[in-house]
Design a protein around this ligand. Structure first.
Ligand code: TXA
Ligand code: MG
Length: 357
């Protein structure tokens, strides 16, 4: 067990002493949870293999799942990669700082452990001013995966980080809730065509507008087959799951509500629905925002997946978001929480396909 310090930083300028203290711990090879605009990240010096090893240990993360390297300025990029393709310059100019991670060919400056043994590296320049101030005060790039225990929903508040990681890291920066709420968009620029590996707040539509053709990586909308080679190692692990069984239901409001009324058994079952569904819901529910407001849904989903467990829910029936814009990111996280158990409410009766529900 580590003694975990809590460092309150709500303003990167006024709380300068906290920024410098967090940076000092990181300079000494420590692990510090920092806020970013997407989710909280568990940071360590990306160039220090010993410090990065503690990140894997604290999360219980498999060694072949690489970390994202966070920078604060464009000058920090060239030493980390062997090449900066034109597409990377275009995306950096449009979307950095912000919720976008690019996969690029890695240089020798990035230790193998940080890159999960791959010859590529994931790089992101976050927009959160506190994250940026800490990186700048360190003077080196920070490797930072989401600060949850491996497999559980990503943390979007300091309280989530304290729940998951107190006693496992040197410090937790206590700051405001994350404004985006889902992890960054990950795009690979290492193949012949740019490929979206993980959808996020920088949308597929925006990437295509900037670059032209962008492929959708396998594993974004469907379950990755057992033996499929994961383009992004993280895709093959079960993710974001609460203890409860999650089932994603596609359909109109009427189809979703009708489907719920046919459930033979409701004890321990919850609905995770849109605001519009609430009037007819007829069971315990958590609402994750208006149907067309994907930004609100993104901000809320990980917190609600945690709340479901606090209620001791056995099963959660989630009304699936429309997979456009940031909705694709919300859909992807929920589909993965559901282990890709997805039902078409308009064409599947409850109990069909031999499922217990
Ligand atoms: O928003 C975010 O990206 C947050 C904050 C803290 O910045 N970080 C985050 O890190 O979500 P993590 O480790 O939870 O997710 C990183 C994802 C994983 O799915 C990993 O497999 C993938 O990025 N990844 C990292 N390096 C990669 C590489 N070289 N090639 C392909 N995928 C990579
Ligand atoms: Mg993660």
């Amino acid at each position: 067990m580590k003694q975990t310090e809590i460092i309150s930083i709500y303003d990167s300028v006024k709380d300068r002493a906290g920024v410098l203290h967090a940076a000092e711990l990181l300079r000494r090879g420590g692990t510090v949870i920092i806020p970013t605009e997407t989710v909280y990240g568990l940071a360590a010096n990306a160039g220090d293999a010993g410090a990065v090893a503690q990140v894997f240990e604290a999360k219980g993360r498999p060694a072949d799942n690489p970390l994202i390297v966070h920078i604060a300025r464009m000058e920090e990029l060239p030493p980390l990669v062997t090449e900066i393709p034109e597409n990377a310059r275009i995306l950096a100019a449009r979307f950095w700082p912000g919720p976008l991670t690019m996969i690029l060919p890695k240089s020798a400056a990035v230790p193998d452990i940080t890159a999960g043994g791959l010859d590529t590296v994931a790089i992101r320049m976050p927009a959160n001013p506190i994250a940026r101030a800490i990186i700048e005060a360190c003077g080196f790039a920070l490797a930072a995966p989401s600060a949850n225990r491996s497999g559980s929903p990503s943390p979007t508040t300091a309280a989530h980080c304290i729940d998951d990681m107190a006693g496992r890291v040197d410090a937790i920066v206590k700051s405001a809730p994350c404004t985006v709420g889902v992890e960054s968009t990950v795009v690979s620029l290492c193949g012949p065509v740019p490929t979206l590996l993980r959808p996020g707040a920088v949308t597929l539509e925006e990437l295509r507008d900037a670059l032209g053709p962008v492929e959708l990586g396998i594993g974004v909308l469907e379950r990755l087959e057992e033996n499929a080679r994961a383009l992004s190692p993280g895709l093959k692990y079960k993710h974001y799951s609460p203890q409860a069984d999650v089932i994603l239901i596609k359909g109109t409001r009427e189809e979703y509500l009708r489907w719920l009324t046919q459930l033979p058994e409701r004890a321990g079952c919850w609905a995770m629905c849109f605001d519009e569904d609430v009037p007819g819901i007829g069971m315990d529910y958590l609402s994750y925002g208006p149907r067309r407001d994907h930004r609100t849904q993104a901000v809320r989903i990980f917190g609600l997946l945690r709340e479901v467990d606090r209620h001791g829910a056995r099963r959660v029936y989630v009304h699936a978001p429309d997979p456009d814009g940031i909705g694709l990111a919300v859909y992807n996280r929920l589909a993965r929480a559901a282990g890709f158990q997805i039902v078409e409410a308009g064409s599947t009766a409850v109990g069909e396909e031999g499922k217990p529900w």
